[in-house]
Design a protein around this ligand. Structure first.
Ligand SMILES: [Zn+2]
Ligand SMILES: [Zn+2]
Length: 348
């Protein structure tokens, strides 16, 4: 075991504070990673505040991890010392079920998430990326190109793959009209990917001030979703809409904008349910409402490689870890463009 430092929540209603704990020694198939940067995901805040009711404390959050390999187990062949690597939301799975066999480990019933999941090796709950180092099975470690800024890569490990995967799965490409609902950590990546795949991209936002930035990120049009006239102009015209908003809202406003056989994909989990969608809206044009969850390891690597080839990263604001509690308050006010990333060199 090796001592390391992190930042932890000890309770659902107290700030994160410095926390000393131990990481396991690498087993034959493990990689030890010195963490350089870790993104701040909105779900970190849900978990720290026990808003999903499953939090175990103390909790070290963080699942958008980029770092350098500092030690490898005897059977690790895919990584060497000094490699730049990433770790996302998953650190293990059963590797035997139909989901794992299809490279969709995120749906495995025995998937182990990067923090607040049972730790098979040390007992208790595992600890995430708001820390100096982590030890992870090599199958759940990803290669990161040195062509990309490592701080701006970190959010790709959750916000990136969460938007990339559904756009790929539902085959968004040239000639498609694609909507992105909400311009935050997920939304800004959704715009970048949909644009890179050749789609005509429309951002839906409630904030007129975001229009200019959306266009800089790759949106072709911006629609103010509170403006019924503007929404009407887009009736039955979209092939695909990626909805990143987690707050409960009326989904009919978006299903009505889909073409026949169009798809509305939900990425956010609301703490109270959305109002029930109108069935008529769905059946008259065979429209679909679907959901999507991060992505498997194979696809996450494919996404990182695509980003390296196309120079795509997240827009980030780098903070020292001492500002994490303040950063949480700003995330809740959408006051970040578009992801906070912790510089772990600040943690001494
Ligand atoms: Zn996340
Ligand atoms: Zn499995």
């Amino acid at each position: 075991m090796k001592k390391t430092l992190g930042y932890a929540a000890h309770n659902h209603n107290t700030p994160l504070v410095p926390f000393s704990f131990e990481r396991r020694d690498p087993m034959a198939t493990d990689v030890r990673i010195e963490i350089l940067f870790c993104g701040v995901c909105h779900s970190d805040i849900h978990q720290v505040r026990n808003e999903w009711g499953s939090s175990v404390f103390p909790m070290v959050p963080g699942h958008e991890i980029v770092g350098k390999v500092t030690q490898v187990g005897s059977e690790v062949s895919n990584f060497k010392l000094g490699d730049t690597v990433g770790v996302g939301c998953l650190v293990d799975s059963c590797k035997a079920c139909p989901d794992c066999n299809d490279n969709l480990e995120q749906f495995c019933d025995n998937a182990v998430f990067t923090y607040n999941s049972p730790d098979k090796h040390t007992g208790g709950s595992n600890y995430g990326g708001y820390s100096r180092q982590i030890v992870v099975n090599q199958d759940f470690v990803l290669h990161v190109s040195d062509k990309l800024d490592p701080a701006a890569v970190a959010p790709l490990l959750c916000a990136g793959i969460t938007t990339y995967s559904p756009l790929r799965h539902w085959k968004v490409g040239k000639g498609d009209k694609v909507g992105i609902v909400g311009l935050g950590g997920l939304g800004h990546m959704g715009i970048k990917f949909a644009h890179a795949f050749g789609a005509h991209v429309v951002l839906f936002t409630t904030t007129p001030g975001k229009a200019e930035d959306a266009k800089r990120l790759g949106a072709d049009e911006v629609v103010i979703s509170k403006n019924a006239d503007e929404m009407q102009q887009h009736l039955a015209s979209f092939d695909f809409i990626l909805n990143t908003v987690a707050a409960p809202h009326n989904l009919d406003n978006y299903t009505a904008l889909l073409k026949r056989d169009g798809t509305l994909c939900l990425l956010g989990v609301p703490d109270h349910p959305h109002p029930s969608p109108a069935v008529g809206n769905l059946i008259f044009k065979r429209r679909r409402i679907v959901g999507s969850l991060i992505g498997g390891l194979k696809e996450t690597q494919e996404m990182l490689d695509f980003c390296a080839e196309n120079a795509i990263t997240s827009d980030v604001e780098i903070i020292p870890i001492q500002q994490i509690n303040e950063a949480y308050e700003r995330v809740l006010k959408s006051d970040v463009k578009y992801r906070f990333v912790i510089d772990l060199a600040s943690l001494k």
